[in-house]
Design a protein around this ligand. Structure first.
Ligand SMILES: *Cc1c(COP(=O)(O)O)cnc(C)c1O
Length: 358
């Protein structure tokens, strides 16, 4: 495979958006990365090109059967004006794991990793500087066969697009209200739950709309078989602090293995906390609450880093957590991880990679 990424620069660079009103996922940078796969050449022609539309055959298999996977990670501009990535290799390896689940051929992580550095270096002025902002990075792979038969596709495209995004907590930390879903399920063991794949998000939409109607920002999924074990939130893993112990659901096959989740576990253990991965039922959480032992609940994910949960509602039974205030541990973890990302905390774990601006 020819693995040297080529670069074609845009002749019409775009205007940078106002950093005060970035929002999420609406602005895109001048360039993108692309690479194609076919059975003869394998993954080939890795290239950085001007940001552009794809033209899609109406019979494109992804449109019909959803054979696609993606990632979400971020680049940050540090206080001393360096550009850094947070655990990018973990994200690219997970993209390959998701790809494998969807029968999409494995790509060379080093080729894409190297191209990602070059892409961000080229579009470096798009990494915003305002506190809490970042450059969201969306790698994705989809099938490109023009074929209506249901089968594993033969042709694929891997692309990376970049989007400057605003601070997730523009007005400070506010604990979210979450509804524990008891009608719909997201994933089952043996299904696609541990892949970051299109179908899982399609499967979450109806529940999210229904929850929003009654005032809940997010859905907490229970296991699809017994409907009692806690799985995760829409795009976040979940943590409970019960009687001094940090607990998160074990990766039983239907949960996405979050890189923020993994980081939180590693940091908590480094701090000497007892941090446990095990199955935990919603009954146990409610029982802990009634015994006064449910100290904190928070979500973890790339978008929010840490998202404190102030209220859970399950079968119309509401519990308020920590007086609807951000817990001490949630705050401390948030400060530490964002400190690593924005260069305020020394990177003792080796999770931060600097982009050479060249
Ligand atoms: C992306 C995602 C997460 C969080 O993963 P991170 O690697 O921490 O960003 C959790 N759950 C689901 C379903 C996700 O899609």
């Amino acid at each position: 495979m020819m693995s040297e990424v080529t670069i074609a620069k845009t002749g019409t660079p775009g205007a940078l958006p106002d950093e005060n009103v970035l929002g999420f996922g609406t602005h895109f940078t001048d360039h993108m990365f692309e690479m194609d796969y076919n059975p003869q050449a394998g993954w080939h022609n890795p290239r950085i090109v001007p940001y552009h539309d794809f033209s899609v055959n109406p019979a494109n298999t992804t449109l019909h059967y959803g054979q696609g996977v993606f990632e979400g990670m971020k680049a940050f501009r540090t206080k001393d004006d360096r550009i850094v990535l947070f655990r990018p290799l973990e994200h690219l390896r997970r993209l390959n794991r998701s790809a494998d689940i969807l029968c999409i051929p494995q790509f060379d992580v080093d080729v894409v990793h190297n191209a990602l550095h070059k892409l961000i270096a080229l579009d470096q002025k798009w990494v915003p500087a305002k506190q809490g902002t970042s450059l969201y990075i969306r790698p994705f792979i989809f099938a490109t066969d023009p074929y209506l038969g249901l089968r594993v596709a033969e042709n694929y495209k891997l692309a990376i697009i970049l989007s400057p995004v605003g601070a997730y907590y523009a007005t400070g930390f506010t604990p979210v209200k979450i509804r524990v879903e008891d009608k719909y399920v997201r994933a089952v063991p043996g299904g696609l739950g541990e892949a970051k794949t299109l179908a899982n998000y399609a499967a979450s939409l109806r529940a999210a709309v229904d929850a929003k109607k009654v005032g809940y920002a997010q859905t907490l999924w229970l296991d699809g078989v017994e409907r009692k074990y806690i799985e995760e939130v829409g795009a976040m893993n979940i943590f409970f602090k019960i009687n001094g112990e940090l607990i998160t659901p074990a990766l039983t096959g239907s949960i996405l293995s979050g890189i923020t989740r993994k980081s939180v576990l590693e940091i908590a253990r480094d701090w000497g906390l007892k941090a446990t991965e095990r199955r935990i039922t919603i009954d146990e959480v409610y029982a802990a609450h009634s015994q006064g032992q449910l100290e904190e609940v928070f979500g973890s994910g790339t978008a929010a880093v840490i998202s404190p949960v102030g209220e859970l509602s399950w079968q119309n039974n509401k519990i308020i957590i920590n007086d609807n205030k951000t817990g001490e541990l949630a705050q401390k973890l948030y400060d530490y991880v964002t400190g690593l990302q924005y260069g305020a905390v020394a990177d003792k774990f080796g999770w931060v990679e600097e982009v050479a601006k060249s």
